[in-house]
Each structure stands twice: as structure tokens, then as C-alpha cells.
Design a protein around this ligand. Structure first.
Ligand SMILES: [Zn+2]
Length: 197
């Protein structure tokens, strides 16, 4: 259980922006995750295309299944944008997930690794719910993790974080919220360990 939460891979659009992937119309690179519990690393290759006619994140990686068979994945996640109040654009992923042959297409700032593919939190929850009867146990740890990502994004998007050397009220509020969520994550981890999952 702890490893599940530990190894929750995700791609945040604001992080791609921070890493400079959204500056030009074309960018290439890779994203890497390290599992806290095992120290194991995994990575994916990415291309970002932001031209007039095409906007997407291309993602490619190789995965080994339980039988040791390697499988290559290579797909595009469409990127959309909405105008910002203070000018410029805010970018979003369009969730590429197909659940029961129905295309999701939701606008999302974060995509999580659900099974073999990256998908939005709704799809991620759904795929977990169908695989695991004990949905509540999972939401106990997943919900605060989703919440933490939401707060991190809000913090990043705050236009004014400091004013005359002091943190703004909004920033302070988000800091407090973040602290409470971190505590929830910690406590739910403790609880799950106690339950022996
Ligand atoms: Zn989705």
C-alpha cells in the first residue's frame, strides 16, 4: 500500500512550464521518477509540440510486465490552452484515456499513471475502483495526494507571493492548507501501516 502511493507517477503541466518545456514550439527531453521506498528509478521520454496547427505532449517508454515481456508505449496527449486574466495562456492536458471504449477528454493540469497509461485523476480513481474492492482504503491516501497537487499548482500560479518582503495572505493560506494536507498524508500512511496493508 505504501509503495502504491510512493510510486504514484505524475506529469504536471506547471512543472513542464517550470522546466522550460513550454517556452518554444518544440522541446524534447525526459522525465524521471525515483521511488522513495526502493530507490528504483524510472523515466519516460517526452516531446512537446506547441505550433499553430498541432499542440501535444508525446510520451514514450518501455515497460516490463509480470512475465518479463517488454512492451513499448508511444502516444500523444493533446494540449489545450485558456486565456489568463492577466494576459498570456494557461496550458492544460486533454486526458487521453478510454474507459469502456468511451473517450475521457477531460481538461487536466495533472496526469497520473493509471495502469499502462497516463490519465486524469477521474480515470485514475475509476481504474482503481474497478480493480480494488476496498476503494475507501485507496481514497484515504489518494485523495490527500490529489489535494496536495492541486495546492502546489495554485501556489505556483499565484501572481503575487510576497509583498514588501512578507508572504501575502493568499500565499499564507495555501501554505497552511498544504501543511494540513501533508499531515493527512502522513497520518493516513501511519494508519494503513497499522492496518497491515
Ligand atoms: Zn480522464
Amino acid at each position: 500500500m505504501k509503495t502504491e502511493a510512493d510510486s504514484l507517477k505524475k506529469i504536471q503541466i506547471w512543472k513542464l512550464k517550470k522546466l522550460g518545456f513550454l517556452k518554444e514550439y518544440w522541446a524534447a527531453g525526459s522525465l524521471k521518477w525515483t521511488y522513495r521506498s526502493s530507490g528504483e528509478e524510472s523515466s519516460v521520454g517526452i516531446n512537446v509540440m506547441l505550433s499553430e496547427s498541432e499542440r501535444y505532449l508525446r510520451i514514450y517508454y518501455t515497460q516490463t510486465d509480470e512475465d518479463g515481456n517488454k512492451k513499448d508505449f508511444d502516444y500523444k496527449i493533446p494540449i489545450t490552452s485558456t486565456p489568463c486574466y492577466f494576459g498570456g495562456y494557461r496550458y492544460w492536458f486533454t486526458c487521453p484515456w478510454y474507459a469502456n471504449k468511451i473517450y475521457c477528454g477531460r481538461r487536466a493540469g495533472v496526469l497520473y499513471k493509471a495502469g499502462n497509461y497516463f490519465a486524469c485523476r477521474h480515470c485514475y480513481n475509476l481504474s482503481y475502483a474497478s480493480k480494488n474492492q476496498s476503494r475507501n482504503k485507496f481514497s484515504l491516501i489518494l485523495d490527500p495526494l490529489f489535494k496536495r497537487d492541486e495546492i502546489a499548482e495554485k501556489k505556483y500560479n499565484l501572481r503575487v507571493k510576497f509583498w514588501k518582503g512578507k508572504p501575502t495572505k493568499r500565499y499564507m493560506k495555501l501554505e497552511e492548507k498544504e501543511w494540513r494536507v501533508m499531515r493527512r498524508i502522513y497520518l493516513s500512511g501511519q494508519l494503513l501501516n497499522k492496518l497491515g496493508s
